[in-house]
Design a protein around this ligand. Structure first.
Ligand SMILES: CC(C)(COP(=O)(O)OP(=O)(O)OC[C@H]1O[C@@H](n2cnc3c(N)ncnc32)[C@H](O)[C@@H]1OP(=O)(O)O)[C@@H](O)C(=O)NCCC(=O)NCCS
Length: 153
């Protein structure tokens, strides 16, 4: 942060390391682990927590993993149907993304994603931080919707 002027840095807070009081949660057994990632200081907002847009980008990537098995090619995110930030995410948390297919349409694939954090100082204990539902569309080389080739796995 030394390259930033003092007029900028005085508005920034140190990374937030206060413990979060949240009920423990187990990842749902009908969901599959599709991704893990540890947010870094560069992903934090000016409150010292992780920027919501960064979490959304990770969920978009994690959410694509199961639909990709059905689409077998190019896809585009057409909708974020629901997105709930239940708890803040902190620098150094280990985030686990669990997904479950909700619906396979003619050209679209809808998936539920639950994000669970193991706090950096409380490993092995999960807290649910985010839940989202997203829809992807299988697209052809011209970017037009194409039928999903595989409807059962
Ligand atoms: C994705 C895209 C190709 C779809 O094209 P379209 O002409 O809207 O397609 P359609 O209206 O035929 O819909 C295609 C499918 O998406 C579904 N869909 C469209 N809008 C939706 C919405 N808001 N929510 C949920 N599903 C939706 C349709 O129900 C349809 O599903 P089905 O074939 O399984 O019944 C087009 O909208 C697009 O290119 N969007 C931009 C994608 C993008 O850039 N994503 C990244 C954003 S940062």
């Amino acid at each position: 942060m030394s390259h930033l002027s003092s007029s900028v840095t005085r508005h920034l807070r140190a990374p937030n390391s206060e413990p979060v009081q949240a009920a423990p949660a187990e990842p749902p057994p009908d969901h599959v682990l599709v991704m893990k990632v540890i947010p870094q200081p560069a992903d934090a907002n000016s409150n010292g927590d992780i920027f919501g847009g960064w979490v959304m980008a990770q969920v978009d990537m994690a959410g694509a993993v199961l639909p990709a098995r059905y689409a077998q090619g190019r896809m585009a995110t057409v909708a974020v149907n629901q997105f709930i930030f239940k708890q803040p995410v902190r620098i150094g948390d280990i985030l686990s993304f669990y997904a479950k297919m909700e619906r396979i349409g003619r050209t679209s694939l809808t998936v539920n994603v639950g994000v669970f954090a193991e706090r950096f100082n409380n490993q092995g204990h999960y807290i649910k931080v985010t839940e989202a539902t997203l829809t992807y569309v299988a697209i052809d080389d011209q970017g037009r919707p194409r039928p999903v080739p595989i409807t059962k796995i």
